[in-house]
Each structure stands twice: as structure tokens, then as C-alpha cells.
Design a protein around this ligand. Structure first.
Ligand code: GTP
Ligand code: SPV
Ligand code: MN
Length: 591
């Protein structure tokens, strides 16, 4: 029998469902000991120190990076594995063409054999967690079991974990079960399985973020999107940001961009000096749970408590908030090191890498010093722009929803949807160049509806129908926009400066919401003219701005026919309203 740590709450107050499940998993996996996480700061420090002693974590220079550590993963375990990620529903059609599917009993049988005895000689960590403020009716709980202390430390930063979550689980008697083992890290024995009908997740063979921190993409998006559909809300891959305008009114915006396409950066942007009077508050940087409120508006909470963000590119010019935020109490994964044990990554203005992300002497011939998908894990409260409302049980009311992608051509800087139904089509039409956040080729344009292609736990056809239904319930729906910060010129240079300057686009959106800004109907939606944007102090050539704000009709007619072919894959599950909206756009483009 495994030895066990003290329980965070008295045995008599624990949910029987939790203890029974932990016992059954221990039977199957045979750990040497069981550690129940209580979620205290002291516990995180003890787990961290133990990994430093074992050589799994490296302490960074305590003078410049106090309480910061570096973790180097297995070199073949650095990103999400979409081809090994499955939705296991009884009916294959419920998972849809957007997901890999496996029959649930077959998936359980396969995973049981992988998990059998896999924790021999290891510690089994039990991490009870709550996604969202613990006193919020919109929050949902889960328990992750893992044999990785690195995963446990990440979960302690990323979620509200420990005693309070365990107490809520006992009260509600429902929770998402997430079982994780790093296994042998063999890519041929690696699977991320989801059983939304059973509220459970089984993940084996990877220690990387999205594959292993089960509260995040597995629970808060794939399983939660399924629950949200049944319960009438939305679980989305969106940041949430508060914008206080120069008159002092704060508006909240939610934005969905694919992985490594700018959510963290937009969520904590620094207003440029040339736009005085604005202030920005981060509510969330990756996931939003959106609920129709009694007032007819859409309300959002961030289910997470920390950020698991992309490191490369972070510097005082692009994102001073993030740069300051990760200078203490931060866990770095797969960055490079300087001679002084400072973390180093591509995009830093100074410092010199001597050791690459794999711990080898840095040799530029072998590629970048930091892995392009190197990440920081840090508590949200470390962000200088953190919103005072992150723990508000009601969340924040959303004025605008933004969809976006990374596209060197076609998509203009910004356009506005005609109405909610058209906005759902605009979201469903998102395409974006792939990034290092997932294993596979980088820079290939693919369709990524609502930035949810890797994360929607059910058939996209049903998902769009649900989006339409949610909109129909809102008497004051958010306006919907599409942006592209990543347009390039013939030499491959970005046409738009991005980062803080993106506030100019957000300001136009808020004026559209207030009914005070102009726009022209460009067929695909409503675009600002150059004079509708506040361009005071903006360093963009008029010609570049004209390109950014133009719609190339022949290119867009081709885009529309590609979107039609894409949507038609969803057959009878596709709401007819989507095709009607698309025909309206095609007609406006002269097709
Ligand atoms: P996930 O955590 O993977 O979901 O990513 P994310 O959407 O939060 O992306 P993030 O903000 O971390 O940005 C990813 C990369 O895009 C970083 O290297 C950024 O420096 C870069 N980036 C972000 N915003 C902009 C922008 O406005 N313009 C340009 N050119 N690059 C940007
Ligand atoms: C993403 O890939 O969208 C991320 C990082 O936010 S992960 O946690 O790996 O999903
Ligand atoms: Mn993400």
C-alpha cells in the first residue's frame, strides 16, 4: 500500500467519489506514495526545492530573477500533440470532422494498459482545483492525478488548487476527473483522451502544458465546451481585457486568436504615449467562460489563475508588463541561459545565450537558443496590469468579441460583422498560419474556427448552432469583429506595428459600440477608413495603412468559396443560417 500525505481537509468532509477514485487509480498505477496537494505557498516551495535537489529544476540567478526556475523538457516533448488528441464520445458524429475520435470503451482499454503500474517507485499527486473564482456559480471543479511534480507545480500556479476546491467538490459532489502520467515520453505511447460524456480525461506520455496541465485545454475547453452546450453558455479560447477610456469608462472585450497569435500580448498591452488617458486591465489571457446574464448581456470569467505564456518575443518594447511580470516567482520551460544564469530568449535586446534550451553549448547552426514554444508559468497576480475583478464571482460584461488569425495576406487589419449571426460566420471562417505551439509544420494556413480547432470538444456544426442560439438569447449582444495584426509586405515585413498600437483598433471598436465611429461596408463586413482610426503619432506609411484597410475582391471571392467548401464538410449538422450569411457576403462581393 502506498504511503499517503496528510489530507488537506478531514476525511469525514471529503467527497467519497474523490477518495474512491484516488484509491482505484492507485490500485492501477501502483505509486510508492500519495501526495494530496493543499495549495499553499509553502507546499509549492517544498515541491520546487525537491526538484532543484533532484536536478530537474535549475535555480536562476536569485539577484536578478528571484524565485525563478528553469525546467528543460524532453526535447521531443515541447508542444501540444493534436494528432494524438481524441474526443471519445459514444457517437462519432458528436465529435465531428474537427476531432480525432475513438470509441470510449476501446479508448479506456488502451489507456488502462498504458497506466497499469506506471507510477511504480513514483509519487502520485492529487490536485483538487477550481476553474474560476471558488465562490462563483460559473466556476467548475476538477481533480487531476499526476505522477509529475513539475505538472503539480504548474497546476498550483495556474488554478485555484487545494483545500477550498476540495471543499467545493464535497458540497457539489461533481468534478472532472483528469488522470495524467508522463509515462516513458515515447511519442508512440502518447495519447490525450477526452470523455466529455463521463466528465473525464486520460493523458499519457507527455509532460507538456496543454497535454498535461489537465485543468487548462482538456478541462476548461474540451470538456467545458461540451458542458457549456448542454447548460447554455460558451467555453472559449479567448483573452479578456478591460479598457478604461480617457473619459473613465471601462469596457471589457474578449478575443479569440489561435495559439501563439497574440492573446497574452493583447490582454496586457501598454497604451502608447501618443494615446494618452487609456488604461488596460487583464482579466484573462487564454480562456474565457461566457454566460448570458439576466440583463441580456454576455458575462465572462477567466477560469484560470495564472498564465502559461509564450516567452520568445517578450521584451520591454513589445510587452513591458509581461517582461516585468516574469522577473520573479516564475517557472520557465525550455528557454536558454546566459553565463550568469539569467534566462534568455530570442527577442531580448541584450544578454548572450551560452546554453541552449536543451542544455547544450549554444550553437546558432542548430537553431534558436530558446525553443520557439518556450513558456513561462506565473501567477496572474504578478501582472502589473492585473484587473481587480479577476475574483469577481459574476465576471465582467463583454462589449465586443474579436476573432483573429495570423495571415500574411487576405485578411485586413480589422472589420466588423453585420450582426451576431454574421459574426458567427466570421468566427467560423478564421484561418491562421500554424505556430510552434503544436507539433507539426509551422507557417501553414489552416482553418481554425473561433481559434477552437484544437479545443472544441464536439462537432463544430453543433457548436456554431449553439453560438447562434446563445446570441438569440442576448438582448444586448456584444458586437463582433475580426482582426489581423500579421499582414506583411512583399519583403515579409509586418505592415502593422502591433502590440501597444493595437489599442487604436480597439478604440475604434469601442466607438463603434457607442455608435460614434464611421465605417464603410466592404462586402465582407464594415471597415474603418483611415480617418476613422486615431492615427495621431502612428508611424505607418499612408500606403501601408491603405493596404491594411483594403479588401481585394477577387481574393475574397476565392476565400468565400474556400469557406463554403470547408463548412459543407459539416453536412446536416451545419446550421443553414451560416450558408445564408455566406451567400449574403458572396453577393456583396459581386459573386
Ligand atoms: P497561446 O498561449 O499559445 O494561446 O498564445 P497567445 O495567443 O497568448 O500568443 P502570445 O500573445 O503569447 O503571442 C505569440 C507571439 O506572437 C509572440 O512571439 C509575440 O511576440 C507575437 N505577437 C503578439 N502580438 C503581436 C502583434 O500585435 N504583432 C506582432 N507582429 N506579433 C505579435
Ligand atoms: C496553446 O497552445 O494555445 C496554449 C499553450 O495556450 S497550451 O497550454 O499548451 O495549450
Ligand atoms: Mn492557448
Amino acid at each position: 500500500m502506498a504511503t499517503a500525505s496528510p489530507l488537506p481537509i478531514p476525511m469525514s468532509q471529503l467527497s467519497r467519489a474523490v477518495t474512491d477514485w484516488v484509491d482505484a487509480v492507485a490500485q492501477l498505477t501502483q505509486p510508492e506514495s500519495v501526495h494530496w496537494c493543499e495549495g499553499t505557498r509553502a507546499e509549492r516551495e517544498a515541491l520546487t526545492s525537491a526538484l532543484v535537489r533532484e536536478g530537474q529544476l535549475l535555480k536562476l540567478d536569485p539577484k536578478t530573477y528571484p524565485d525563478c526556475h528553469l525546467y528543460r523538457s524532453d526535447p521531443a516533448d515541447v508542444a501540444r500533440v493534436e494528432h494524438l488528441t481524441y474526443i471519445c464520445t459514444r457517437s462519432k458524429d458528436d465529435a465531428g470532422p474537427n476531432n480525432n475520435w475513438m470509441e470510449p470503451q476501446a479508448a479506456h482499454a488502451k489507456m488502462r494498459e498504458l497506466f497499469r503500474g506506471c507510477m511504480r517507485g513514483r509519487t502520485l499527486y492529487v490536485i483538487p482545483y477550481c476553474m474560476g473564482p471558488v465562490d462563483s456559480p460559473l466556476a467548475r471543479c476538477g481533480v487531476e492525478i499526476t505522477d509529475s511534480a513539475y505538472v503539480a507545480i504548474n497546476m498550483l500556479i495556474m488554478t485555484r488548487a487545494g483545500r477550498e476546491a476540495l471543499e467545493r467538490i464535497a458540497r457539489e459532489d461533481t468534478f472532472v476527473r483528469g488522470l495524467h502520467s508522463t509515462g516513458e515520453l515515447d511519442p508512440n505511447r502518447r495519447f490525450i483522451m477526452h470523455f466529455p460524456e463521463e466528465l473525464s480525461i486520460e493523458s499519457y506520455g507527455s509532460g507538456y502544458g496543454g497535454n498535461a496541465l489537465l485543468g487548462k485545454k482538456c478541462h476548461a475547453l474540451r470538456v467545458a465546451s461540451w458542458q457549456a452546450r448542454a447548460e447554455g453558455w460558451l467555453a472559449e479560447h479567448m483573452l479578456i481585457v478591460g479598457l478604461r477610456d480617457p473619459r473613465g469608462a471601462t469596457h471589457y472585450v474578449a478575443a479569440a486568436f489561435p495559439s501563439a497569435c497574440g492573446k497574452t500580448n493583447l490582454a496586457m498591452l501598454i497604451p502608447p504615449d501618443t494615446l494618452p488617458g487609456w488604461e488596460v486591465f487583464t482579466v484573462g489571457d487564454d480562456i474565457a467562460w461566457l454566460h448570458p446574464g439576466a440583463d441580456g448581456r454576455l458575462w465572462a470569467i477567466n477560469p484560470e489563475a495564472g498564465y502559461f505564456g509564450v516567452v520568445p518575443g517578450t521584451n520591454p518594447q513589445t510587452n513591458r508588463n509581461a517582461y516585468e511580470m516574469i522577473r520573479r516567482d516564475t517557472l520557465f520551460t525550455n528557454v536558454a541561459l546566459t553565463a550568469d544564469h539569467h534566462p534568455w530568449w530570442e527577442g531580448l535586446p541584450d544578454g548572450r545565450p551560452v546554453t541552449d534550451w536543451q542544455g547544450r553549448p549554444f550553437d546558432p547552426a542548430r537553431g534558436p537558443a530558446a525553443h520557439p514554444n518556450s513558456r513561462f508559468t506565473v501567477a496572474a497576480t504578478r501582472n502589473p496590469a492585473c484587473s481587480p475583478l479577476i475574483d469577481d464571482p459574476r465576471g465582467v460584461p463583454i462589449s465586443a468579441i474579436i476573432f483573429g488569425g495570423r495571415r500574411r495576406e487576405v485578411a485586413p487589419l480589422v472589420y466588423e460583422a453585420r450582426d451576431w449571426a454574421h459574426g458567427v460566420l466570421v468566427g467560423a471562417s478564421v484561418a491562421s498560419e500554424t505556430t510552434a505551439a503544436a507539433v507539426g509544420q509551422v507557417g501553414v494556413v489552416r482553418r481554425d474556427p473561433m481559434a477552437m480547432q484544437p479545443f472544441c470538444g464536439y462537432n463544430f456544426g453543433d457548436y456554431w448552432r449553439h453560438w447562434l442560439a446563445v446570441g438569440a438569447r442576448l438582448s444586448r449582444p456584444p458586437r463582433i469583429f475580426h482582426v489581423n495584426w500579421f499582414r506583411r509586405d512583399a519583403e515579409g515585413k509586418f505592415l502593422w506595428p502591433g502590440f501597444g498600437e493595437n489599442l487604436r483598433v480597439l478604440a475604434w471598436m469601442l466607438e463603434r459600440c457607442a455608435g460614434t465611429a464611421g465605417a464603410i461596408d466592404a462586402g465582407i463586413g464594415l471597415l474603418p477608413r483611415a480617418e476613422d482610426l486615431d492615427t495621431r503619432g502612428l508611424k505607418v506609411e499612408p500606403q501601408a495603412l491603405a493596404t491594411l484597410l483594403s479588401v481585394d475582391a477577387p481574393l475574397w471571392r476565392k476565400e468565400v468559396s474556400e469557406v463554403r467548401a470547408y463548412l459543407e464538410q459539416y453536412g446536416a449538422r451545419l446550421p443553414q443560417q451560416m450558408l445564408a450569411e455566406l451567400s449574403r457576403t458572396a453577393a456583396a462581393l459581386g459573386d
